[in-house]
Design a protein around this ligand. Sequence first.
Ligand SMILES: Cc1cc2nc3c(=O)[nH]c(=O)nc-3n(C[C@H](O)[C@H](O)[C@H](O)COP(=O)(O)OP(=O)(O)OC[C@H]3O[C@@H](n4cnc5c(N)ncnc54)[C@H](O)[C@@H]3O)c2cc1C
Length: 380
Amino acid sequence: MSDVIVVGAGVVGAACAYYAARAGLDVTVVDRGPVAGGTTGSGEGNVLVSDKEPGPELELALLSNRLWRSLADLGGFEFEPKGGLVVAETGEVQRQLAELAAKQDVEHTLVPGESLRDYEPHLAEGLAGGVYYPEDAQVQPMLAAARLLRHGAESFGHGTLRLRLGAAVTGFIRKGDHVAGVRTSQGDVLGDAVINAAGTWGGEVAALAGVDLPILPRRGFILVTEPLPEPLIRHKVYTAAYVTNVASDSAGLETSAVVEGTPAGTVLIGASRERVGFDRTTSVPVLARLAEQAVALFPALREVRAIRSYCGFRPYCPDHLPVIGADPRVPGLYHACGHEGAGIGLAPATGHLLAQVLTGSPTDLDLRPFRPDRFAEESS
Ligand SMILES: Cc1cc2nc3c(=O)[nH]c(=O)nc-3n(C[C@H](O)[C@H](O)[C@H](O)COP(=O)(O)OP(=O)(O)OC[C@H]3O[C@@H](n4cnc5c(N)ncnc54)[C@H](O)[C@@H]3O)c2cc1C
């Protein structure tokens, strides 16, 4: 019998399990697949504060950014505190970027067009300017999730954190109204509390407990280049349109250039967003558009071959905020899902805050904006 069952071994579930075990709780992580087999295995790994409007998500991102930096000391995964550069094609867009940066209260430097190449020597000519955010970073999400789970299993006492992989959760066990465990394809797992960290499938897991969470898949493609002999891109670089796309409610296709190098020498090129259900069909027109936008930003990429692409499904909530906290509709049920395109960045803060909730400690942030029952209020 565990204190906590975490459903989902993605980066969010791993962070929840890690912080709960660190707080002294006995944890079992259940996943129907392998570690990081969901969206965590198909993200990019940006840990961004630059793209967030002031408000609860930015506060969560700032806390998470600090936590990633200390988790990086565990070693075993790539964490690059490289900083992010947002670029503007026109003077008007540069003015809007400067306005956002002033509101965010996050460390930044306004970069005039003529100084952009001091940051990124291979950027295209003619850009109006940009904003540099030193706190933006990049993490390898799959290795990070695996490392958090392993460290949790090895470091906080024997048997404190266990993994049940290949076990699909099919229902909830109740004692009266209270959750007392989950039914899985490999038998029952008992626990005093259940954290739903099922990402894009968080709505399905919530439905098994009889509650509604409106989480939908928002598809994204990434293009990967061949490894480059010399680093071409120093920071995470993206165009201002990315900020608008992230915040958009449109179901239609949106793309903007997001480009970054990796320690392996490959360049990751994103980002597309569209709501087309769980359709995995490769879209050559989308990939072509991503390539074209990346080349417009870094003309040297024209000579570089793309070697593969992949796609994943961001867990999209209608108000673009994750669902974090106790579900008042089902005692013993907690949620940590719906982080859309920022779940890698926001994972540590999510796990840390839920561990505080589970141990009855005051939380470092107000969790009300993330409460699970907010959607019912909005629709009534
Ligand atoms: C193209 C793309 C680029 C992205 N780039 C970034 C980025 O740069 N930075 C960033 O922060 N975020 C990024 N994201 C978003 C990020 O990847 C997600 O927000 C994050 O991975 C969600 O993690 P998670 O642990 O909540 O979900 P997942 O990783 O999907 O984990 C959920 C787990 O739950 C399991 N599960 C589901 N149902 C059940 C069940 N019934 N029983 C048992 N197990 C179950 C699944 O098998 C899965 O392993 C990107 C996403 C995409 C698609």
